[in-house]
Write a protein that binds this ligand. Structure first.
Ligand SMILES: Nc1ncnc2c1ncn2[C@@H]1O[C@H](COP(=O)(O)OP(=O)(O)OP(=O)(O)O)[C@@H](O)[C@H]1O
Ligand SMILES: [Mg+2]
Length: 269
């Protein structure tokens, strides 16, 4: 298979003491949307930081395994180089420059690409085509945008780089359901029209599996279940604990209400 990203059996330790990832493997095929799901503290963001190199900033280290981007190992690769090579990490929490306008945020995004002669000529039209709201607000300070608009801007900054792979960390966090749907539809369109592969980290399994072709669910630093999105959506445990439907008593419920030990027991038995 032609993979853009291969994570093979990695272990990650923070502060030389706390092991967070325990033999995690996943693959993102070129041009695909892959969902990485799991509850709070499972290690989703740590997985993305391991790929983009941001782990080092938090005194974290990949102590075993390998990560390959377009077939090449990412070991010892400086993070700033990766953006130019086509890998973009949209961090948790909509990191935008609040004191800059929307358009200045996009300008700043092109600085990271200096040295790639085609960066500027593309302009920002592509971003505004996907996010018309950003066009309307191009002269507004990013700090005054709504949460959803800030998420759009964070995505727009990724788009400027025309990456082959975008890693998105919880784009739905704190947004109203309708806005989440709007943003996920645009993510699916970007994938379809630009051919950009997406590794989508989410707690919101329902909307993620709706646009992904494949999904992984992680618990406690490793993958506990994975499969084609439609199979996961039909899986009884996934439905009960991650999609909030079904269950033994037939009542809709959120996985948040379910005790951790119960999930583990059912998946590991
Ligand atoms: N810089 C750090 N130093 C030490 N421990 C950390 C650090 N960052 C994360 N951890 C720990 O690693 C575990 C996984 O954290 P991570 O942020 O990867 O989870 P997550 O799946 O992204 O969770 P959430 O859904 O809440 O964002 C947690 O137990 C967390 O406390
Ligand atoms: Mg996280």
């Amino acid at each position: 298979m032609d993979a853009v990203l291969e994570i093979e059996n990695i272990e990650v330790v923070y502060n030389k003491t706390v092991q967070v990832l325990r033999g995690l493997s996943l693959t993102v095929p070129r041009g695909a949307i892959v969902a990485l799901l799991g509850s709070n503290g499972a290690g989703k963001s740590t997985t993305l930081k391991s790929v983009s190199g941001l782990l080092a900033l938090e005194d974290g280290e990949v102590t075993a395994g390998d990560i390959r981007f377009k077939g090449q190992s990412l070991k010892n690769r400086p993070p700033e180089k990766l953006v130019r090579e086509g890998l973009f990490h949209v961090m948790e929490g909509r990191r935008v420059f609040e004191d800059l306008t929307v358009e200045e945020n996009l300008v700043a995004a092109t600085y990271a690409l200096s040295g790639r002669e085609d960066a500027r000529s593309r302009g920002y039209e592509l971003v505004y085509d996907y996010f018309p709201r950003l066009r309307e607000r191009r002269r507004q300070l990013a700090g005054y945008l709504s949460g959803g608009e800030q998420q759009m801007l964070a995505l727009g900054r990724a788009l400027i780089a025309r990456p082959e792979l975008i890693m998105l960390d919880e784009p739905s966090l704190g947004l109203a359901p309708l806005l989440v749907e709007e943003i996920f539809e645009i993510v699916a369109r970007i994938n379809r029209e630009q051919g950009t592969a997406i590794l989508l980290v989410e707690q919101n399994a329902a909307v993620s599996l709706a646009i992904a072709s494949y999904g992984y669910i992680m618990e406690n630093g490793k993958i506990v279940i994975d499969g084609p999105a439609e199979k996961l959506t039909a899986n009884e445990d996934v439905r009960e604990f991650y999609l909030g439907v079904g269950g033994q008593d037939g009542e809709a419920r959120s996985y948040r209400e379910i005790k951790h030990y119960k999930r583990r027991k059912r998946w590991l038995s």
